[in-house]
Ligand binder design. Structure first.
Ligand code: ZN
Length: 244
């Protein structure tokens, strides 16, 4: 089975269209999204509609939960909060209902999906070290879990012949043949923060036991214009060019 996995989309329509065009060429069977469909960007309705059209399996991110009022915004910075407030006005009742109905974790045949961690998905903690990943790796039954939240792609893993040691790799092609468990952060479709402005998606072929992280050019200027036209803070447009 072939999966296409989308990191934090953040209402960036141009980036979403660019990765989906690539995914279409890869004859993917199922599209997964690690959440944060909305927030920061200016096309939340369009992005939700596309995910629904392609029958994506989507989990709930912290920005999605803030938008529906399920998560307190006290940990959000000024710009993120302004974007959530704008997003609430841009979405219809059906969109909010869809966001509210998203699960925190989705279990597929060959992998699972969560936003921040698999261990405590409702707390939206950040995995920034191998120690942070251990509780989630301990719980992982499917062997592979896809996450997002930090917007920085990295794979944290344990090898079959050394299952008590947790290591990591920033490789863009991961051979799972000797891997017992892997937690794959797929980066962010709509707001990359690894100083690479190109959008990104992951491809997972369960028969080949291999994962690829692929960068794709997209029309950043078009999306920046949309953010400015919506009256969102200019910094949310500017950072897209820098990948921060
Ligand atoms: Zn995010």
């Amino acid at each position: 089975m072939r999966y296409g996995i989308l990191g934090d989309i953040h209402a960036n329509l141009s980036a979403l269209e660019a990765v989906l065009a690539e995914i279409e060429r890869e004859s993917v069977d199922r599209i997964l999204s690690v959440g944060d469909v909305v927030g920061y960007g200016a096309a939340p309705r369009e992005c939700i509609q596309i995910l629904r059209e392609v029958n994506a399996v989507v989990v709930k991110g912290n920005h999605d939960a803030a938008c529906t009022g399920e998560l307190d915004m006290k940990f959000f910075n000024h710009y993120a909060r302004a974007a959530i407030e704008w997003t609430r006005t841009a979405l219809g009742d059906g969109d909010l209902e869809w966001l509210r109905g998203l699960p925190l974790v989705a279990h597929e045949t060959h992998c699972c999906v969560a936003h921040g961690t698999l261990a405590d998905p409702e707390f939206y903690e950040y995995i920034q070290s191998t120690e942070d990943a251990d509780p989630s790796l301990d719980l992982l039954e499917e062997g592979v879990c896809f996450v997002g939240h930090t917007h920085v792609p990295v794979t944290i893993l344990r090898l079959t012949d050394d299952p008590t040691h947790t290591g990591y790799t920033v490789a863009t092609e991961i051979d799972l043949a000797d891997v017992s468990r892997a937690l794959v952060n797929v980066g962010s479709v709509g707001q990359p923060r690894d100083e690479n402005a190109r959008t990104i998606y992951a491809l997972y072929d369960s028969d080949e036991a291999r994962i690829w992280l692929r960068r794709v050019e997209y029309d950043i200027e078009r999306e920046a214009q949309r953010i400015r036209a919506a009256g969102l803070p200019n910094i949310l447009a500017e950072r897209l060019f820098l990948g921060i």
